[in-house]
Design a protein around this ligand. Structure first.
Ligand code: ADP
Length: 252
């Protein structure tokens, strides 16, 4: 467990009076893709968002228990949220590029965090656009608005934008939900390549996607993490009857 990049222990989360997560204890291993599956409303996105404290932005949210990223307790009062969100980046369901040029989107985080400028920044931007296979498509139009790109390009740009500051963890919340099958396949291939360098956690409602891309898998139900195991086992020999019912399509 000590090798986990993200580790929770007895994590509870409340939206006001409503308890959305109950006693979640999980360890996310480095350089793997971990998928969170479960029926809509079971708490997958909520759990994902606790890992960079994005739920803090919602009034009335209360978190109890432990969440550590690289051994550091992230709900401690002294946590620097800007630094945390640099280390733990999130790709949203719908791509959300800034209404700026491709170049400015890519330069944004490096400028905020002062990690690179000048020629070093240009090199970083090229490297990260190459990492998401966008460089050849966009290298001659870096000054065009990011909003003019296709949805598939926008999603890859949002991913590339995170990579510029070398995060430890990439969180992806249903990242393919707006993409067509070809773009979905391309993004899945990218994720598989990126796991060599990053720890990736993906929320998906699509069990086939979890089976295709992930090495570890967690099944959630009504705010609880029911089962967490290697993905192959989750789909062939789950320990819990509720997991079996879900992965065989009895509900959800
Ligand atoms: P999933 O990602 O599995 O679909 P969510 O994490 O989005 O589930 O939601 C878990 C539960 O928390 C649901 O019952 C949902 O209605 C509730 N919830 C999510 N966001 C909020 C919020 N901002 N305020 C109140 N309840 C919320």
């Amino acid at each position: 467990m000590s090798a986990s990049v993200v580790q929770t222990k007895d994590l509870d989360l409340y939206y006001g009076d409503f308890q959305a997560l109950t006693k979640v204890s999980v360890g996310i291993a480095p350089n793997k893709i971990t998928a969170l599956i479960g029926p809509s409303g079971c708490g997958k996105s909520t759990l994902l968002r606790t890992f960079n404290r994005l739920n803090d932005l919602i009034p009335g949210v209360r978190v109890e228990g432990s969440v550590q990223v690289s051994g550091q307790e992230i709900y401690a009062a002294e946590t620097n949220l800007v630094e945390l969100r640099k280390r733990v980046g999130l790709v949203f369901q719908r791509p959300n590029p800034f209404p700026l040029s491709v170049y400015e989107n890519m330069a944004f985080a490096a400028k905020v965090h002062r990690t690179a400028r000048g020629a070093a920044l240009d090199e970083t931007i090229e490297r990260c656009l190459r990492d998401v296979l966008l460089w050849d498509e966009l290298k001659d139009s870096l000054r065009q608005s990011a909003l003019a790109l296709s949805l598939a390009q926008q999603q890859r740009l949002c991913l590339a934008r995170l990579l510029t500051v070398m995060p430890d963890v990439l969180l992806m919340d249903e990242p393919c939900s707006t993409l067509d099958p070809n773009a979905t396949m391309a993004l899945e291939e990218l994720m598989t390549g990126l796991k060599e360098q990053y720890t990736i956690l993906i929320v998906t409602h699509n069990m086939q996607q979890a089976a295709r891309v992930s090495q570890d898998c967690g099944f959630m139900l009504l705010g609880e993490l029911i089962e967490f195991c290697p993905t192959g086992r989750m789909f062939t020999d789950p320990a819990d009857e509720r997991t079996k019912d879900y992965v065989t399509g009895r509900f959800g």
